[in-house]
Structure formats: C-alpha cells, structure tokens
Design a protein around this ligand. Structure first.
Ligand code: MRU
Length: 360
C-alpha cells in the first residue's frame, strides 16, 4: 500500500542480500525502516514486535531461516535456526507454518543450494501472502456490498487490533475489503478499537486507513458495545492468529468481548482467515498457547511529546502488579463466517474442510 505517495510492502529484499522492514515500534509517529542481516536480527525483530501480525512474522521467520542457511547450510544449523525463530512468539501459527514449510523445502536440497532455495522460498511466501490477502478482500466484497446496499450505500465497520497490510506483506486480511470498498465508492467508515495495551488499532490501523483516505474513528476498547447497541455498527471484521479445527479463533486480547457484544446485538462478526492461519492439527481453542507479554506494555505508555521526541511514561499506581495476556479465544459459535482466500465458510470443521480439504 502507499505511504507518502510510494508503494511499500512491509518486508522486501535488498541487493546486498539483506532484508528491509518497516519499523512498527516507531509508527505512527515516525516512518522508519530497519535492515535485518541475519537470523538473530529476524528473531529479535519478531520478539520485540518491530515486525508483528501473524502473516508478517511468518514471512520474517522464513528470511531468518534463509540467513541461517547462508551462514551454515548444515542440517544442524537448520534445526537450530528453526528452534530459535519458533521460540519468539507462541500464538500465531503462521510462524510455525512458515518454519515447517522452509524445513520441508530445504531438507531435500544439497547444502550448496540451500541458501538460494531458502531465499527463493521466503520470497514465494511473501508473494503468496499478497495474493491471499487480495483474495480475502475480493471474497469479502459481496458481503460488504450487500450490507451497504441495505444501508443506502453506507457501511459502518468495527475492527480490533491491526489486521491490515502492516500485519501482512500487503493488503491485510480484515482491512483488505475496507480498502476495496472505499476504492469502489462505498461510503465506508471504520470504528477502530484502540487495542490496549499496545494500541495497534490507534497506532497502526488508524495510520493505514488514514494514509488510504478511508474514514475512521478511533474509539476506546470499551466503546464498541455502546455503538453496537445504538445501531452504529453494521458488521465487525477482525483478523486471527490461529483458528483451530472446530473453528475457535485466537486473536488480539479483547476480540472475545467484541464478539460477545456483536452476538448480543445481532451484528455479524466475520473473521478474515488466510489458510496459513488455520491449524487443523489442533482440536479446539482452549489448546492454543496464549502469549503473556511484559506488564510494561500495560503499566507504561509511549507517545510523542509536543516537541517531537518519543517518551515512555508510567500510567499505573506505583508498585501495583499487572497481567498481560496478548490474545484471547473467541468460540466458533460467535463467528458468523470465515472469509478466506478460497471463499466464505461457516465457522465449523465441516465449513473449513469444505474449503480446504487438503488440510483436513
Ligand atoms: O500482537 P500482534 O500485533 O502481532 O497481534 C496482531 C493481531 O492480533 C492480528 O489481528 C492478527 O495477527 C491477524 S493479522 C492479519
């Protein structure tokens, strides 16, 4: 997507066989990029959330494996790199999906060819992600059009966290249809949940939507239910970090409360799901490992000072402990439909198997 008039992906290669990414720790205040030169750089970027979002951490991990193969193409180094990169974040299954894919391509390849093959496979993962996200947008559009038509061409959408192009390689999952609806002339407005504690909604989704000219309003995480009760939300659409075989959905903490509020108010609740996020090997949502992050994310806040610099301040009662689960699980029964690159399906095992029989 475009930032400052220039088309960007979130991750791209450089002629010197390094990788450049957008530094998402500095957004929305400063647009800066960072260069990743080895597997350790990729692991740190994922862990610190310089890059984040399920598809993007998978893509970054794939390049991490490629860097490891450049340094040492042995099978021992391959296993070690996969272990190191896999330990960075536990919930988004895209990370494991990308590492498994790299492993299965590389194990059948001679050591001398491993780096070239890994570099090419990582690029393929990135290119495929762009196509997948675009198709999620295309497949969501009939739903967006139909609801907008009933509303005289207007559409109020609510989203949580950031499942936009910054979370992927381009387009995004949940935000792809918002861009397409806007470009098609639908009068779309997006309620953007701030998404405490890291504020990916207020800082990243709002930044993306604003750059594309999509009307949006940042709201406190607690406000969505109120707007739903007042008929001001036509649909909710979110991304996901892992969907289990029975259709349960892990996504950013707070998603479950939005799904409950949507259910109570008869507002459709859609989940944008690339197949790389589908974990058919896991039976149900309660089996998903939920990442616990530093309580600094909750007890402190970073923002821009009036003069321009960034500052981090404490916002909680000194000495009070905190707890910071980064994701929650929305039960399948609260999900209206999954919107995938292959089409729309029910949030059930049968629905998922119908679209993705090869993963069953
Ligand atoms: O902790 P983050 O910022 O990596 O969490 C991101 C989300 O929860 C997104 O909604 C999810 O990864 C889907 S991105 C297409």
């Amino acid at each position: 997507m475009k930032i400052h008039g220039k088309h960007y992906r979130t991750i791209w290669t450089r002629p010197d066989e390094t990788v450049e990414v957008i530094d998402q720790m500095k957004l929305p205040h400063v647009f800066e990029t960072a260069v990743l030169k080895n597997a350790e750089d990729c692991a740190v970027a994922i862990k610190t959330m310089l890059v984040r979002g399920a598809p993007l951490i998978g893509a970054t991990a794939a390049y991490g494996v490629a860097f490891a193969m450049k340094k040492d193409p042995s099978s021992k180094a391959l296993v070690e790199a996969i272990d190191m990169l896999g330990a960075t974040r536990p919930t988004a299954v895209n990370l494991r999906w990308a590492l498994r894919r790299m492993n299965s391509v590389l194990k059948g390849i001679g050591h001398e060819d491993r780096f070239a093959a890994a570099w090419a496979e990582a690029a393929k993962i990135c290119d495929e992600d762009v196509g997948t996200c675009r198709m999620i947008g295309v497949n969501a559009m009939p739903i967006f059009r139909e609801i907008a038509k009933k509303n005289g061409g207007k559409l109020n959408v609510l989203t949580h966290c950031n499942a936009g192009w910054l979370a992927c390689v381009d387009w995004g999952t949940a935000l792809a249809p918002m861009y397409m609806a806007h470009d098609e002339g639908i009068d779309i407005h997006v309620w953007v949940d701030e998404t405490r504690p890291r504020n990916q909604g207020a800082s990243l989704s709002a930044y993306e939507l604003g750059a594309h000219g999509v009307k949006h309003t940042i709201i406190a995480d607690n406000a969505g239910g109120h707007y739903m009760q007042h008929g001001m939300v036509d649909l909710v659409i979110v991304g996901t970090d892992r969907v289990t075989r029975n259709g349960d959905v892990a996504n950013k903490i707070g998603t479950y409360l939005k799904a409950l509020a949507a259910h109570d108010n008869g507002v459709p609740f859609y989940v944008a799901l690339p197949s790389s996020t589908l974990d058919m090997s896991m039976a149900k949502g309660s089996d998903i490992p939920i990442e616990e992050r530093s309580t600094d994310e909750l007890l402190k806040m970073t923002g821009r000072l009036p003069g321009g610099g960034l500052a981090t301040v404490e916002i909680a009662a000194p000495g009070s402990p905190g707890a910071n689960p980064a994701f929650d699980v929305t039960p399948a029964r609260l999900v209206t439909s999954f919107i995938t690159e292959r089409g729309v399906c029910a949030a059930t095992e049968e629905g998922l198997k119908g679209l993705f029989p090869q993963l069953a």
